[in-house]
Design a protein around this ligand. Structure first.
Ligand SMILES: O=C[C@H](O)COP(=O)(O)O
Length: 269
């Protein structure tokens, strides 16, 4: 998929990227709150192991009602969600290697293929961040390539870095390796391990990937202002189990005039 670097070459590339990062933060424009584009940033997510059929059907109904971007679930639910969402504009997203990320690449690839065969059009795979921390960059790259090779474009591939477990240098490494492996998104967190997304981390990830990839913020995003803050930091997708309460909050907010930027989320940087 790209030139195969050695671990030593990756090490040098990552450190060069870190040195060259522009320290000036860019503020991106979030879609208008209440717009269709705002709802279409949200992956409506239910990943708890004890989810029931009824709960899965409910989140699909909610996703249709609010016109979210996707419903994000585990493999066992992909068939059902694909049926529930049939005829809607809501996509089916499935997690892979969730939530540890340490499974064998073959297992992840099989899981990814089964998800796509069952109707998933987006995959949120957990990077092997344990190997990343050991600077085994080539293995991390090959792990992502293994999934990408069974789920080529137009399947959307997001790579979850689990940023709470990583240093800034390791986050930069995860972003560059995911980009080289032709993933579409880097995603902050599983929501199951440590702190979720922060604006600072989203900003760092966006400054590394620039226009080459998109950033998904996830984990602990519960309010409209959380969403705006993440989007102004550079996220173009939000993963949240709180999508409904976010949309309920949207209804209570005064309408924005068209063309006016919403800068509320800029507070608290
Ligand atoms: O990818 C999504 C996360 O699991 C959602 O986390 P959350 O339950 O904190 O919104």
């Amino acid at each position: 998929m790209t030139k195969g670097y050695t671990d030593e070459e990756w090490f040098a590339i990552i450190n060069r990227v870190e040195q060259d990062l522009d320290p000036t933060p860019t503020v991106y424009r979030a879609p208008h709150v209440g717009s269709e584009a705002f709802a279409k940033t949200i992956d409506h997510t239910l990943l708890k192991l004890d989810a029931t059929e009824e709960q899965i059907d409910v989140i699909c109904e909610e996703a249709r009602k609010f016109n979210f971007k996707s419903v994000c679930i585990r493999l066992k639910w992909v068939d059902r969600v694909a049926d529930d969402l049939h005829g809607s504009s809501v996509d089916v997203a499935c997690v892979v290697g969730f939530h540890e990320g340490t499974q064998d690449s073959d297992k992840k690839a099989t899981e990814a293929k089964n998800a796509v065969d069952a109707g998933a059009t987006e995959l949120d795979m957990v990077m092997n961040y344990v190997l990343l921390k050991q600077k085994q960059y080539v293995k991390v790259y090959n792990d992502i390539v293994a999934v990408r090779s069974v789920a080529p474009h137009p399947i959307v591939l997001k790579v979850i870095l689990e940023t709470s477990q990583l240093s800034p240098n390791e986050i930069i490494a995860g972003c560059k390796i995911a980009e080289a492996a032709k993933a579409d998104f880097v995603k902050t967190s599983t929501g199951f391990n440590g702190k979720g997304a922060t604006r600072e981390i989203v900003r760092l990830m966006k400054s590394v990937v620039g226009d080459k990839m998109k950033v998904k913020a996830s984990g602990g995003i519960k309010t409209v202002n959380d969403c705006i803050g993440m989007m102004e930091a550079g996220a173009e997708r939000i993963g949240a189990s709180s999508g409904v309460s976010i949309m309920e909050e949207v209804k209570t907010r005064p309408k924005q005039a068209m063309g006016e930027p919403d800068l509320e989320g800029a507070d608290g940087y």
